[in-house]
Design a protein. Structure first.
Length: 318
């Protein structure tokens, strides 16, 4: 038992230091930081897989303490909450042998909780969450101003000039943006960590091929309910209902576009055509405003009726 505890202590401490190095690279090294960003949850997840959740929590706390030596304590704590929680959740999900889709979902939830914790921390420090948002928007305005001086005026830089309008637009799409960023980050983390963990003897099943993916039916139900809520909110002048419905429908619409892209890829691949045809077709659909809207509703219909028979197969195959 003593030998095992010593080994767990040494490995946890080593991985905690590696985690600290990855965070510092992500914060201060521009190019390497992009790659390190997707590896931040790895040390905590690996400790959980090798020695359990208790050692994983201890390793993540050590990482936060080490980070406080190189940056202020508040920043170190916010990074620890964001990526330490993600790594612990990912490791626990793999340890419990969750399905790939479920791993991404629970990791997305953990990442979203980390983002909300950062906002809460900013609120406790500044006394107002709007002050934190105002500082971020002013930084964006300054960046847009420098871009305009260097490259000349453009519609993109013009949208940053009206501060109140920009703030109102950001607040409207903020919930969708947070959820989308959490899902995207978790998906990329899964694909990266799956390949890395395989080298350490922890095999994770990949997601099905893109052309054979289908979302659960509750995604389509959520689209119908949120769209109805948005319409009713506009009709009866209920701004809260309208905003909630629009945000949920915006997030679900992105998933429905992915569903349509999967269907397009499926039928093009069945014709033996190269994958580039799928990419070009999907790009054309997304870029065309009319087809974009139609693709959202087609994705909802495909989830409900399963044209490819991915859930239960064809009747003559049963």
């Amino acid at each position: 038992m003593t030998r095992y505890n010593t080994r767990a202590l040494v490995e946890s401490a080593l991985l905690a230091v590696i985690g600290m190095v990855l965070v510092l690279l992500g914060q201060y090294v521009p190019f390497l930081g992009i790659a390190a960003l997707f590896l931040w949850p790895l040390p905590s997840a690996l400790v959980v897989l090798r020695h359990g959740m208790r050692w994983g929590v201890m390793a993540s706390i050590i990482t936060a303490l080490c980070l406080s030596l190189f940056m202020n304590l508040i920043t170190a704590l916010s990074l620890w909450v964001l990526f330490g929680l993600t790594g612990l959740t990912f490791g626990y999900a793999v340890l419990k042998q969750f399905s790939p889709a479920k791993i991404i979902v629970v990791t997305s939830a953990a990442f979203l909780m980390g983002i909300l914790s950062e906002f809460l921390l900013a609120y406790l420090l500044t006394g107002s969450p709007m002050r934190y948002l105002d500082e971020m928007l002013r930084a964006m305005q300054a960046s847009a101003g420098l871009t305009e001086k260097a490259l000349g005026p453009s519609p993109f830089t013009d949208m940053f000039k009206d501060f109140d309008l920009l703030k109102d637009q950001i607040l409207k799409v903020l919930p969708f943006t947070l959820v989308f960023s959490a899902m995207l980050q978790s998906y990329i983390n899964f694909e990266v960590l799956r390949r890395v963990l395989d080298r350490f003897g922890h095999h994770l099943d990949p997601l099905p091929p893109f052309s054979r993916r289908i979302f659960p039916e509750y995604i389509a139900h959520g689209a119908i309910i949120s769209y109805t809520a948005a319409v009713l909110g506009i009709r009866y002048k209920l701004p809260v209902v309208e905003q909630v419905g629009q945000n949920i429908f915006a997030g679900v619409s992105f998933l429905l576009l992915i569903e349509t892209a999967s269907v397009v890829s499926y039928y093009i691949s069945r014709q033996g055509l190269p994958k580039v045809f799928s990419v070009l077709t999907v790009f054309y659909i997304v870029a065309n405003p009319v087809l974009n809207v139609l693709a959202v509703f087609f994705g909802m219909i495909d989830i409900l009726f399963d044209f490819r028979r991915l859930r239960y197969g064809y009747l003559n195959d049963m």
